[in-house]
Write a protein that binds this ligand. Structure first.
Ligand code: F3S
Ligand code: F3S
Length: 113
């Protein structure tokens, strides 16, 4: 699957959402997350992100590899305030913006640009 890394944090441009044919890009609070169970690897989202936050999981730079597991974690573990994991709900439009992040993202301190 494709993966969104730290560059998206506090930017959340959202252009990627419009490109995804299967609606598998879900909105947290500070960042968006790609559902690895739903992404069909089409790659349409990658070139439209203005901060180049999106990569194939096979091309994520070493320093950002934690975000591969973290995109998956957003769906595999219950988010704050929920009893069940999101799993594969069948599209971001079904659940809407979630308003929460993984622990990694919630605590992430961005370097000043
Ligand atoms: Fe984030 Fe880039 Fe999408 S900033 S919301 S990954 S277009
Ligand atoms: Fe959608 Fe990007 Fe995957 S457009 S299908 S999240 S490669």
């Amino acid at each position: 699957p494709y993966v969104i890394a730290d560059a998206c944090i506090d930017v959340t441009d959202r252009t990627c959402i419009e490109e995804c044919p299967v609606d598998c890009i879900y909105e947290g609070s500070r960042k968006l997350y790609i559902n690895p169970a739903e992404c069909i690897d089409c790659g349409a989202c990658e070139p439209v992100c203005p901060v180049s936050a999106i990569r194939s999981d096979r091309k994520v730079p070493e320093a950002k590899k934690a975000f591969i597991a973290d995109n998956a974690r957003f769906f595999a573990e219950p988010l704050p305030g929920r009893d069940e994991p999101l799993g594969a709900p069948g599209g971001a439009g079904v659940v809407g913006p979630l308003g929460v992040d993984t622990e990694l993202v919630a605590a992430f301190e961005k370097e000043p640009a």
